[in-house]
Design a protein around this ligand. Structure first.
Ligand code: TLP
Length: 343
């Protein structure tokens, strides 16, 4: 079975399990878990921020960040396909009372100009424009990337308008790799950033939210409020530290495998894809030409040994990751060809 549903499906490696088993732990709600503290310091350093906070999930990291930045009624400018807006169960309405103004990015990526035209004038009839949320890489945009230049332009705009930026960097290491830069160069353009350990980096759980010391102090209270205060969680933080030490440079392999998959898919009849648009580890392709809807095709392929996710009526997503090799990509392509072309 080749599982390309998501990079969240990876299982901890034996070396990661060993690191988890040997982790020094303490009560993290009391701030006494040395492994969590180490992880938080490490990710803060990597992202160029003063402090970090270990979070059970990316969703909680995003929502705690938003809760910390906005007051009810404040407006948040975001792409309409961003995870925060599209996939987080309406959490912002429930938790922060922030109001979204959704824009349509290019493969999810917003320009400074588009954001500028969405910023409200100071007017008692209108909500205050408070926060800009960006996602790098952009999941529903097919792993598309905000470059450092674009982030810098948006950051300058935010400063000019007294706005803040939260960066959902669930796959920020993939973005940095695609742009031959560091996560720090990207993260410093935002006021807060969260980085996932449980996606491309292969840890079983966890994200780290980073920002100023003051921001993290506030965020710690909201994490507790939402039930995200965990105790001897160094076991999970150890997996994250192991991932940062051993699974970052190998992301290049995932990007190569994604390209290989995209090139292969481009040659299959009924499938539409531009391999040039595949920059990281996410591959989106259109299956309208097969005469099948995405969910029907995905179900059919699952019975043949390839797992994918329907991402729209005729759009399918494949994600490469730690547990997928180049040989697995060959196998997946062979199965897809067999199902769609009969040989
Ligand atoms: N993405 C998952 C699904 O929820 C779609 C996936 O399989 O890709 N930000 C981004 C950009 C994400 O892609 C995800 C998860 C999250 C946040 C949420 O992270 P978790 O699952 O840890 O809450």
């Amino acid at each position: 079975m080749v599982d390309l549903r998501s990079d969240t499906v990876t299982k901890p490696t034996p070396a990661m399990r060993k690191a988890m088993g040997e982790a020094e732990v303490g009560d993290d709600v009391l701030g006494e878990d040395p492994t969590v503290n180490l992880l938080q310091e490490k990710v803060a350093l990597l992202t160029g921020k003063e402090a970090g906070l270990f979070m059970p999930s990316g969703t909680m990291a995003n929502q705690v960040a938003i809760k910390t930045h906005v007051q009810p009624g404040d407006e948040i400018i975001i792409d309409r396909d961003a995870h925060i807006y599209y996939y987080e169960c309406g959490a912002t309405a429930v938790i922060s009372g922030g109001q979204f103004q959704c824009l349509v990015g290019e493969q999810g990526v917003l320009s400074a100009e588009a954001i500028a035209s969405a910023i409200r004038p100071s007017d008692i009839h209108q909500p205050p424009s408070r926060l800009i949320c960006l996602e790098n890489t952009h999941n529903r945009g097919g792993g598309s990337v905000y470059t450092v230049e674009r982030l810098t332009a948006i950051s300058e705009l935010a400063v000019q308008n007294g706005m803040l930026i939260h960066l959902d960097g669930a796959r920020l290491f993939n973005a940095a790799l695609a742009c031959s830069t560091t996560v720090k160069e990207m993260a410093v353009q935002a006021d807060s950033v969260c980085v996932a350990l449980s996606k491309a980096l292969g840890a079983p759980a966890g994200s780290v939210l980073c920002g100023s010391s003051y921001f993290i102090e506030q965020a710690r209270r909201f994490r507790k409020m939402l039930g995200g205060g965990m105790r001897q969680v160094g076991i999970l933080a150890a997996a994250g530290l192991h991932a940062l030490d051993h699974h970052v440079t190998r992301l290049a392999e995932d990007h190569q495998n994604a390209k290989k998959l995209a090139r292969g898919l481009a040659g299959v009849s009924g499938i539409e894809i531009d391999p040039g648009e595949v920059l990281t580890n996410i591959v989106l392709f259109d299956v309208a030409g097969t005469g099948m809807d995405a969910d029907v095709l995905v179900e059919r392929l699952a019975t043949e040994g390839v797992l994918l996710i329907p991402f729209g009526p005729t759009t399918v997503r494949a994600v490469t990751h730690l547990d997928v090799s180049a040989a697995d990509i060959d196998e997946a392509l062979e199965i897809i060809r067999r199902v769609l072309e009969g040989f």
